[in-house]
Design a protein around this ligand. Structure first.
Ligand SMILES: Cc1cc2nc3c(=O)[nH]c(=O)nc-3n(C[C@H](O)[C@H](O)[C@H](O)COP(=O)(O)OP(=O)(O)OC[C@H]3O[C@@H](n4cnc5c(N)ncnc54)[C@H](O)[C@@H]3O)c2cc1C
Length: 351
């Protein structure tokens, strides 16, 4: 009998598995690479919503949990994944500069926003109204981290790289049986793949497709992430991730010409030099109607649990939410009401 089966290994699965490992729980992970959100993500952590200059929900607490959490993974896997990276917000007008300075005076935002105007000295970029700079930002090399963690699980014999078949679960009072495995609990972390999960597909994961292009541009020489209508995120070796798009209609993970055209058009409004597109990626963000994560235990089956709804901010939200879920399962702690799936209980089904 093992302690946990975890279905899905994106940011939600990683946050859950690392939390379980910290508490020396035994785990077996299923991953079939059907969803791509975490593997294509920009990997930025940023406590501020740069469209409106507001603080992201619970950002301070999440930052305090997330960075030590990823450092721990770095130590465990003996690899570097966390990169300090400044985020510069390009202003479109003097009015926007003024809104930024107003935001700098607000108590929650003061800690995250620099009240200095940053002038641009990079001739490849057109930045007529300067930048504002966000503090406590960076990038997690998420694709590399997931890959290394999966290798680690594989070496321990705790990974099945295959589809999890929901109709093969036997739910018993004190355990779950699945093929040859017997576990005390199962946690589902399938991102947008939750739509196929008969136990939890009542939860309102809407899904929002995002695409990036990756460009090569030797003349750009940029060491910070720049946010205008889209992000430019430096990856090293003259490569940059540029995007992303938001599309709530198309629910496939295929890249599209329309997204490429949209990103290039926006990029050309402030990048003056030529570039080469070397790749394009797409994934579905597991977004929820009320923009809050989903954590908790199935209303009718006490061994089935879920962590989902990380939306467009999985890097920061994942670790804190996984910790809450762990204490809920193991110690009966009440989940914060914003994240508890109890808020959607009336939609649930028993079969
Ligand atoms: C273009 C884009 C850019 C983004 N940029 C950022 C960013 O800069 N910063 C940030 O914080 N967030 C960003 N996000 C959001 C972030 O990626 C998500 O919050 C996060 O990836 C969600 O993680 P998840 O584990 O819930 O889902 P996923 O990453 O989709 O992982 C779910 C996993 O479950 C597996 N799975 C599903 N069903 C099954 C099954 N039946 N059997 C086995 N395995 C299964 C899938 O293969 C997948 O690996 C971005 C997202 C996109 C799309």
């Amino acid at each position: 009998m093992i302690d946990y089966i975890v279905v899905g290994f994106g940011l939600a699965g990683l946050s859950v598995v690392e939390q379980l490992e910290r508490h020396t729980k035994s785990v077996h992970v299923f991953e079939n690479y059907s969803q791509k959100s975490s593997r294509v993500a920009g990997g930025l952590y940023n406590p501020v919503i740069l469209k409106r200059f507001t603080a992201a929900w619970d950002a301070r607490e999440q930052l305090q949990k997330a960075i030590p959490f990823y450092r721990n993974i770095e130590r465990k896997l003996q690899e570097k994944f966390i990169y300090d990276l400044a985020i510069l917000r390009r202003f479109n007008s003097v009015e926007e500069q003024n809104l930024w300075f107003e935001a700098c005076d607000k108590p929650i935002l003061r800690q995250f926003l620099s009240a200095t105007l940053y002038q641009n000295h990079n001739t490849a970029l057109d930045i007529p109204f300067a930048y504002g700079k966000v503090k406590y930002t960076g990038r997690i090399a998420i694709q590399e981290m997931l890959g290394c963690y999966l290798n680690y699980l594989d070496q321990k014999g705790c990974l099945s790289q295959e589809v999890f078949e929901y109709d093969r679960i036997e739910v018993q009072n004190d355990c779950i049986r699945y093929k040859g495995l017997q576990a005390k609990n199962i946690i589902f972390t399938e991102g947008f793949g939750i739509k196929r999960n008969p136990f939890f597909n009542y939860l309102p994961v809407v899904g929002n497709k995002g695409e990036y292009i990756i460009i090569k541009c030797e003349q750009l020489q940029l060491n910070e992430a720049v946010k205008s209508s889209i992000f430019i995120i430096p990856l090293g070796e003259h490569l940059y991730k540029v995007g992303a798009t938001y599309n709530h209609q198309d629910k496939s993970s295929k890249t599209t010409t329309s997204a490429r055209i949209e990103i290039v058009k926006k990029l050309r409004t402030f990048l003056n030099v030529d570039f080469e597109i070397v790749a394009q990626v797409a994934g579905i963000r597991p977004t929820v109607k009320d923009r809050r994560p989903l954590a908790g235990t199935h209303p009718h089956y006490r061994n089935l649990h879920v962590l989902n709804g990380l939306g467009s901010r999985g890097i920061l939200i994942g670790p804190a939410t996984a910790e809450n879920l762990y204490h809920h399962i193991e110690h009966g702690a009440t989940l914060p009401k914003e994240i508890a799936i109890k808020r959607y209980e009336t939609n649930s089904n028993k079969f």
